[in-house]
Design a protein around this ligand. Structure first.
Ligand code: HEC
Ligand code: HEC
Length: 394
């Protein structure tokens, strides 16, 4: 959106005051409360463009043209993200379920909202969420961060507020109107909208990017080739089905097919074999089906990022596994043979000679532990401790 410059704004404000005077016959009565008074016009609007800091080996970040990154926008978004004023009883902010220490999750199996009611799903890490370009949430039902940020406020089992309420509080706040002015150039506090609030929060979320200094990054991209010990290296090899190339005797764990790429996800949807169902109609949570209406998408969820995964327990969309070891036990069982389970889940381990159709061995205790050790090389404490993304009110 293009904003008017200072002089244009003064003219428009003056013109609207005259127009309203004419309508009201300027009889000295109190002005209509919805009149734009231009109460913020004396505050300078000089937004500084914000360059997202990302590791050199990470892909470019798509920023929508309709919401360019500014220093002022990011700072406003950060405050909104951490401000409990956004929930009905002022007890819960976005950060209540997305805490830095949990790599922006709440470390609960399923999230609990302001009324103490449990949701169905586990909070998601917001690390590298700027790269989630194939739908947000476990089922992908939200198209982008600007849309997503509108939802938790009014979700009855999350913040259980109304935007009308929130926007009214923001307008009357001692600090926010100035910040909206500085970020978006509004001339009057009555121009604060939920869309602008969501834009600011989206700007803040786009800066939640890996430091690029995890052990994994240093090993793969920074030439520190002696960094991983034997166990971590074995996990790395199995994760990437690379034993043949490396000339070692290790099975394929198939992980990279779904969690591959620099940010460890291809943003695609799969059934990774969690539930044993006799019919696709029996999934407790239909997942991706909500969006596509395609029956074969029932029980499919987005393969999430594995960066900082050791910090975001428990695991899966419903938080059913408490530890990474339990996750490995799951994959090692080669799934449950639901009709739409991804074939790679059945192919973890060595093929068993003579089985027809071919079955796979799963993984030994050593191999499972090695995979967990490898996943821990994705830990990025520098990201979770980055001062720019912490609670600004503390
Ligand atoms: C009560 C806990 C709770 C609160 C409060 C909350 N979230 Fe979430 N958040 C979740 C859960 C649970 C999910 C996954 C929901 C799903 O898939 O249906 C999620 C998912 C997300 C995602 C999707 C991430 C991805 O990779 O797809 C984003 C972005 C997000 N939340 C941002 C926010 C913002 C911004 C706020 C505040 C306006 C907020 N959340 C408030 C629990 C919460
Ligand atoms: C066929 C695709 C596929 C393969 C192969 C696969 N995963 Fe997954 N993974 C997923 C999906 C989809 C989810 C989310 C499932 C859900 O919550 O319902 C997931 C979830 C996870 C989680 C939990 C993430 C979280 O935030 O809760 C971990 C950890 C994980 N996978 C690790 C691995 C490892 C290690 C391997 C290899 C042994 C592997 N995955 C193989 C698709 C796959």
């Amino acid at each position: 959106m293009k904003y008017l410059n200072h002089t244009q704004r003064i003219w428009i404000t003056a013109a609207s005051i005259i127009a309203i005077c004419l309508i009201n016959a300027c009889n000295g009565s109190d002005p209509d409360p919805i009149v734009l008074t231009g109460d913020l016009l004396n505050i300078p609007y000089t937004p500084q463009s914000y360059t997202i800091v990302k590791p050199a080996h990470f892909p470019e970040i798509d920023v929508p043209a309709s919401n360019p990154m500014t220093v002022e926008g990011v700072q406003l978004g950060r405050r909104l993200f951490y401000d409990p004023m956004l929930s009905a009883d002022s007890t819960m902010s976005c950060s209540s379920c997305h805490l830095p220490a949990g790599s922006f999750t709440d470390n609960k199996a399923v999230s609990i909202g302001i009324d103490g009611i449990s949701g169905q799903r586990s909070s998601m890490s917001l690390l590298n969420v700027a790269y989630a370009n194939n739908g947000l949430f476990w089922d992908g039902r939200s198209p982008n961060l600007e849309d997503q940020a509108l939802r938790p406020i009014e979700d009855p089992i999350e913040m259980h507020n109304t935007w009308t309420n929130v926007v009214e509080q923001l307008k009357q706040h001692k600090d926010y109107p100035t910040r909206f002015r500085k970020a978006f150039g509004i001339s009057d506090r009555s121009e604060i909208t939920k869309e602008l609030a969501a834009k600011a929060m989206a700007q803040f979320e786009r800066i939640l990017i890996s430091s690029g200094n995890s052990k994994y990054d240093r090993f793969v991209f920074k030439g520190e080739t002696n960094l991983l010990d034997d166990e971590e290296l074995d996990g790395f090899i199995m994760f990437n089905d690379d034993a043949l190339n490396q000339g070692v005797n290790l099975p394929d764990a198939q992980c990279f097919h779904c969690h591959g790429g620099l940010i460890n996800t291809g943003n695609k949807y799969f059934n990774n074999g969690l539930d044993s169902v006799s019919s696709l109609d029996d999934f407790k949570d239909v997942g991706r089906f909500i969006v596509t209406n395609n029956p074969s998408d029932k029980g499919k969820f987005r393969a999430p990022t594995l960066r900082n995964i050791a910090m975001s327990a428990p695991y899966m969309h419903d938080g059913r596994f408490k530890t990474l070891k339990e996750v490995m036990d799951h994959y090692s069982k080669n799934g449950t043979a639901a009709a739409n389970e991804d074939p790679f889940i059945r192919q973890i381990g060595y093929p068993i000679q003579g089985s027809n159709p071919i079955k796979y061995t799963g993984l030994t205790e050593y191999q499972k532990n090695a995979l967990v050790k490898f996943l821990e090389t994705l830990n990025d404490p520098e990201f979770v401790n980055n001062p720019d993304i912490q609670n600004p009110f503390q």
